[in-house]
Design a protein around this ligand. Sequence first.
Ligand code: NAP
Length: 290
Amino acid sequence: MRVLVTGSQGMLGTGLLKVLARENEVLGVDKNEMDITDYAQVLKTFSSFNPEVVCHLAAMTDVDQSQNNPEVFRVNAGGTANLVTAAKKTGSRFLYVSTLAVFGGTQKTPYRETDPCFPNNTYAESKWLGERIIQSCLSEYFIIRSGWIFGGGPADKKFVRKILDLSKKTDSIQAVTDKTGSLTYTVDLSAAISALIKTRAYGTYHAVNQGVSTRYEITKKILEFAGTPSVRVVPVTSDAFILPAPRPDNESGSSEKLSQSGIYTFRRWEDALKEYIQEITGTDGYAKKK
Ligand SMILES: NC(=O)c1ccc[n+]([C@@H]2O[C@H](COP(=O)([O-])OP(=O)(O)OC[C@H]3O[C@@H](n4cnc5c(N)ncnc54)[C@H](OP(=O)(O)O)[C@@H]3O)[C@@H](O)[C@H]2O)c1
């Protein structure tokens, strides 16, 4: 298949490109090659590559920078609308990566695809708007909701990377105990996306590694797997970190729909995290402390 991937240099994009390139003709584009807010650029890329499938990952993803920032709607919703318009012209099937943060997080159990959405920050609102644009304009689409993604080595800007970096500078790390989520490895998510686009089983799917955890539990595991258990993890509540954007209390999801449909079954988050950390501590310069 000819597959176009937007946001190809991001944390998920770098991993997805590798997986898709094994079986497909893949064109990865990021902001330099195709700014998704520029419809002329989008149309030019679609017209020349004529993708059969579009995997749309490009987005403003910094949750705090997005808070009360209208630019995030221009990129995450307006950019998605540009891609949807172009995909209609070329008849391309469409896959969009959204977030479990669309639910707002008041429910105590992992979210399912049928639960109602009540986003509680600007970033999640913009991603949800992207979802609704796709649902109202296209019929052959996949919406994947994921959360707490890690992977990508140097492209990792998120939690796992931050903890690994901190563990080299300090002997004590504060980690939050009152927010839960589902950790997701880019390698596993890429395999799930690759399997999904081979099907015609259109619709919305949650795609996360199995198991629910807090930032505190994840931090302990990161340090254990990185061989730095001497760094102390101090349990704190989220009040200890004043952030511009509120975070959902619960960002966990269930990937049962994906596994029960026989498309892809995720492994436990601890197994995925261990594999990733072993890989990057060997190859990415994360030498053990001292
Ligand atoms: N990370 C998570 O935990 C998580 C969870 C659920 C869903 N998601 C979704 O998964 C997707 C991939 O996330 P990620 O973590 O890989 O994000 P990422 O590392 O920030 O990658 C996003 C990419 O999109 C690019 N981009 C931003 N604005 C653009 C524009 N106007 N035109 C073209 N490209 C643009 C970024 O370029 P610059 O870096 O140069 O801006 C970046 O390379 C996103 O749609 C995100 O909303 C992420």
